[in-house]
Design a protein around this ligand. Structure first.
Ligand SMILES: NC(=O)c1ccc[n+]([C@@H]2O[C@H](COP(=O)([O-])OP(=O)(O)OC[C@H]3O[C@@H](n4cnc5c(N)ncnc54)[C@H](O)[C@@H]3O)[C@@H](O)[C@H]2O)c1
Length: 339
């Protein structure tokens, strides 16, 4: 439920954290045809906040507290927040927003660790009338929706395996907060592996970690590569296996595949409009799909509609989905240390 509906009918968004990913949400707001507009930006780097705010005729704030103080004073009206800070800065801004009836879309991963994720579940549960969602944007990629539909239609027979690689070559990660476990919660597995775990949850079921092997290129930093085996712990696909590959020091691969007893579906993000169906025997067929590139726009518009009660929350990941991924990330790290 939204309490601070803006005057002109558009959904007024505050962006907290004006770094890299805020650009995707900024572009999504611009693409929304006026249904979502950025009204405020807060970043501890005021220059970064001002730069993004300047692109949207929005107000800039140098702290999160200053943003909420302005909201309380009526200086800016905000219907929803998109939280784009590192995972250390999650619990309090989520609490501050939800207790004011302001909907929250929190970037992934939900939290630094399962303990913080559980705190966020409690906060979200305490405010059931205000939308809380996690920006697991791949759920909004049209090819993923089509894969889900085709699996449920029986197109590939009985589902037996999920295979997913989100990997790329980016040595500067050695110096960025993403590889500092105190800020990020881990290394490449919490970074892109949390997306993979959420995709597994969305397409197959909750992931139970069976085993993992991590490789660490940089001393004192989080893992630069992770190979993780999971299986679905419950649901109609219980027992189905997942192989998840995450890496920062390897050739770029962004692929998702679902394998069944009667065929397979394979999507390569580098061939954005082609979903490949391969029957058990015979020639592959290309199914034309809308590109994954629309995922941030679809996600933001859906978030705004759902926050206003104009759409069901639908595929938007909730706090429990985020806790599930946080627990699996933690279990994968432990399993890697045991092996
Ligand atoms: N959905 C996706 O595909 C996707 C892609 C990239 C990043 N992300 C996630 O988005 C989040 C942000 O990543 P990024 O790449 O934009 O990082 P970034 O470092 O580029 O930006 C983070 C911003 O947060 C600001 N910040 C940090 N602490 C703050 C505080 N206490 N108060 C106000 N501002 C603060 C920083 O100054 C910075 O501008 C991460 O959780 C990351 O995993 C998601």
């Amino acid at each position: 439920m939204v309490t601070n509906m803006s005057d002109n009918g558009s959904f007024a968004l505050a962006v907290i954290g004006a770094g890299g990913i805020s650009n995707a949400h900024s572009a999504a707001a611009k693409d929304s045809g006026g249904s979502v507009r950025i009204a405020a930006v807060a970043d501890s780097n005021l220059e970064a906040a001002a730069k993004l705010a300047g692109q949207h005729d929005a107000k800039a704030f140098g702290t999160i507290d200053a943003l909420f103080a302005a909201i309380d004073a009526g200086g800016v009206a905000v219907d929803g927040v998109v939280l784009c800070t590192p995972p250390t800065v999650r619990v309090e801004p989520i609490r501050e927003a939800l207790q004011r009836g302001i909907a929250v879309l929190a970037e992934k991963p939900l939290a630094l660790n399962p303990e913080d994720a559980a705190r966020i579940v409690e906060i979200a549960d305490a405010h059931p009338n205000t939308l809380f969602g996690i920006a697991y944007c791949h759920r909004f990629a049209p090819p993923i929706a089509e894969m889900k539909r085709l699996v449920e239609s029986g197109k590939i027979g009985r589902l037996t395996r999920f295979e997913n690689a989100f990997a790329f070559h980016h040595p500067p990660m050695a110096e960025r907060w993403m590889s500092d476990p105190a800020v990020s919660g881990g290394g490449s597995f919490i970074d892109t592996g949390c997306h993979s775990l959420d995709l597994f949850r969305h397409l197959v079921g909750p992931a139970e970690v069976v085993g993992s092997v991590y490789d660490t290129e940089w001393e004192g930093r989080g893992e630069s590569s992770a190979t993780v085996l999971v299986k679905a712990s419950e649901g109609s696909h219980a027992g189905v296996a997942g192989v998840i590959l995450a890496g920062w020091m390897e050739p770029e691969r962004f692929t998702v595949a679902l394998i069944g007893t009667n065929g397979a579906l394979h999507y390569d993000y580098m061939k954005p409009t082609e979903l490949v169906y391969r029957p058990g025997i015979g020639d592959a067929e290309i199914i034309t799909v809308e590109s994954h590139e629309v995922r941030f726009s679809r996600q933001l518009v859906h978030f705004a509609k759902a926050a206003r009660g104009e759409a069901p929350r639908g595929v938007l990941a909730d706090a429990r989905d985020g806790l599930g991924a946080a627990e699996a990330v933690d279990n994968a790290a432990r399993a890697s240390k045991v092996i």
